[in-house]
Design a protein around this ligand. Structure first.
Ligand code: SAM
Length: 616
């Protein structure tokens, strides 16, 4: 399957009913679609009664289509939200995402949904494969969309639904979706007692559900349909083991301390505040963004791989999450980025990836042997990071003492603590083996006014208004205090000459300020996001992994302690995506990443890998 999904071709019947040409089936019947959605799915799943007493409730759906079911549910939530702190999560799957204009046209029949539809359409995702997450904090609603064929994306998704809407065209017209494979997957992704509603009473569906542990009953159908199905999960499957510690914590965590107010801490704070947590951020410096995130300008652009691997996908997911989060915040300017290949390997990579691009033309074009990244962002961290921290209590400029065992920060006990302290985390968890890299950039703050512009080829150069910034170095660091150096300045000057000779004049006429900071880096260049393992207990428990046995137990963790680290030179890419993962792990709800991605960034991977290689 290509990395860009194809929008469906839609035929519009006279009454406005949208029909997917490829499947020769309707999304819903115009006029009656909303009433049918309510009867089949909302009533079918016992809503809104099933929300009573629930702080977190997850609804999953097969086939997102126009989002009509989602909007019907959201509208009901607006009047029946069980408490002001309660959260509703909606997870859906889509292989042929509609163009936003088609979704608008389809939803046009229901003025009563207009306001919510506008909120949804404003965040309508593009056609890239992967996991998209949208949050509407005021309503306490999140939408997690898995873009790709459901036969791949449902097994890879990480969530447990309390209710299921089985949509997805009729079984006769869409055998892929309704094949025997799906029923055990529905059960595996359901909480005990979860409810399910669908419009079809096809025998294969009833049998499949029953064999997967659901109690199935036929109910009087809506409109001209004679019957519909309701089902309840009576015999849930046992929970699979969790060697990467990526399952959500026990619900009820509210008070969360985050240590560190760089982009890692700020990304986590934003996602947790939006998910309803009471967040306190501790930072020993006087101001946020004082470490590696504190350059005057930063660039958010995608890192694109040629092959469709887990790592390539999570980089795209993280980029899109970051861009969606930052857009519209202070200190954020859209720009095109010209990326010139730095060597033959990169030229080959660009050629391959353009043959199966992971981002659509609105974001990515070929440019004379290189790439043009459109809608990338130039960021001013001094403005952006405080905006991300809004809603959290800030405790700046005080020394911070964390006791992992008692979950206390300066003596105050929290439900959970997130360590976002870059290299300083090594004092407490030396087994992480983080490596410090010294990154130096050069900056001019009083050049002639320029439109936003960015060019990169290994190093990068940015212009925005009177600012120019170029660099950065990425050097092993021997220890001591990070300092700027003349050598790094010369290296950066050479980089600039290569990237943008016409900017070099500015470097002679204006004062250049150098800035150096340490970046915490992992050996595999992926971040560390998630629960902090109990290292010694994990080594003992997974001892068999040394001898090639599988890691098939729950990872032992330090209760309530999480981390976000190892951002390397890509801090602004990882921050919001990492925050979303942590929010789901701490507060419950679907993970905004596929299971393999969660494993790839989990701190536990370091321990399991070391055991496999005989290095632990
Ligand atoms: N729930 C939708 C709504 O509220 O508008 C209507 C869903 S429509 C009947 C079925 C949806 O399933 C379509 O959007 C279709 O593209 C999607 N679909 C069909 N086959 C799929 C597959 N193999 N993987 C993922 N989605 C699929």
């Amino acid at each position: 399957m290509p990395r860009l999904l194809t929008p469906p071709e839609i035929d519009w019947r006279e009454d406005g009913t949208p029909v997917a040409r490829a499947h020769d089936d309707v999304y819903f019947t115009a006029g009656d679609g909303l009433a049918e959605s309510r009867a089949v799915f909302l009533t079918g799943c016992g809503l809104p009664d099933a929300w009573q007493g629930r702080e977190v409730f997850t609804v999953a759906e097969t086939g997102f289509g126009t989002g009509l079911n989602f909007l019907a549910l959201w509208q009901m939530w607006e009047t029946h939200r069980p408490s002001p702190t309660a959260r509703l999560h909606f997870v859906s799957f889509e292989a042929f995402p509609l163009l936003p204009e088609d979704a608008v046209r389809a939803l046009d029949s229901w003025p009563e949904l207009e306001e919510l539809a506008a909120l949804m359409i404003a965040r309508w995702p593009g056609p890239a494969k992967g996991v998209r997450r949208m949050v509407w904090p005021d309503s306490g609603v999140s939408l997690t969309l898995h873009h790709g064929d459901i036969r791949e994306t449902l097994p890879a998704a990480r969530f447990r639904a309390d209710a299921w809407f089985l949509d997805g065209f009729s079984p006769a017209k869409n055998e892929e979706m309704w094949g025997d494979w799906i029923y055990p997957q529905l059960s595996a992704h359901s909480a005990p007692g979860s409810r399910l509603g669908t419009f079809t009473v096809a025998g294969a569906v009833r049998r499949g559900l029953a064999e997967a542990g659901f109690d199935v009953s036929r109910q009087p159908g809506h409109g001209r349909k004679r019957e519909r199905l309701e089902a309840t999960l009576a015999t849930p499957l046992p929970l699979p083991s969790d060697p990467y510690a990526s399952s959500p914590a026990t619900p009820g965590l509210r008070r969360v301390a985050i240590i560190g107010a760089g982009i890692a801490g700020a990304g986590a704070a934003r996602a947790l505040v939006d998910a309803g947590a009471d967040v306190t951020v501790f930072e020993r410096a006087e101001n946020p963004a004082s470490g590696a995130s504190g350059n005057p300008l930063a660039l958010l652009m995608p890192r694109l791989d040629a092959a469709d691997t887990v790592q390539a996908r999570l980089l795209v997911d993280a980029y899109i999450a970051a861009r969606d989060t930052y857009r519209g915040l202070p200190g954020v300017t859209e720009t095109d980025v010209r990326q010139v290949p730095k060597d033959q390997t990169e030229t080959d990579r660009f050629t391959k990836l353009l043959a199966d691009p992971p981002l659509p033309l609105e974001d990515l074009e070929a440019l004379r042997g290189g790439l043009l990244h459109k809608q990338a962002l130039i960021l001013r961290p001094a403005e952006l990071i405080p905006a991300l921290l809004a809603g959290a209590t800030l405790r700046l400029g005080e020394s911070v003492k964390v006791d992992l065992e008692s979950r206390a920060v300066n003596g105050e006990v929290f439900d959970a603590i997130i360590l976002a302290t870059a290299m300083a985390t090594m004092d407490q968890l030396p087994w992480l083996g983080l490596e410090a890299r010294l990154g130096q950039v050069e900056w001019i703050g009083d050049a002639a006014m320029a439109e936003p512009d960015a060019v990169t080829s290994g190093t990068y150069a940015l212009a925005d208004g009177p600012d120019r910034l170029w660099g950065a170095t990425f050097k092993r660091f021997g220890g001591g205090v990070p300092e700027t150096s003349e050598r790094a300045r010369v290296e950066n000057a050479e980089g600039l000459e290569n990237l943008s000779p016409w900017w070099v004049r500015d470097t002679r006429e204006h004062e250049i300020v150098s800035r150096a900071a340490l970046r915490a880096t992992t050996a595999d260049r992926l971040p560390l996001i998630g629960a902090v393992p109990d290292h010694d207990a994990a080594l003992a428990l997974f001892d068999g992994v040394r001898k090639g046995r599988p890691a098939d137990a729950d990872a032992p963790v330090i209760p309530g302690i999480y981390m976000v680290n190892g951002f390397g030179a890509r801090g602004f890419t990882w921050g919001p995506w990492a925050g979303g993962i942590l929010a789901a792990q701490l507060l419950g709800g679907p993970a905004p990443a596929e299971a393999a991605a969660l494993a790839a960034v989990s701190p536990m991977r370091l321990i399991l890998r070391a055991l496999k290689r005989g290095e632990a």
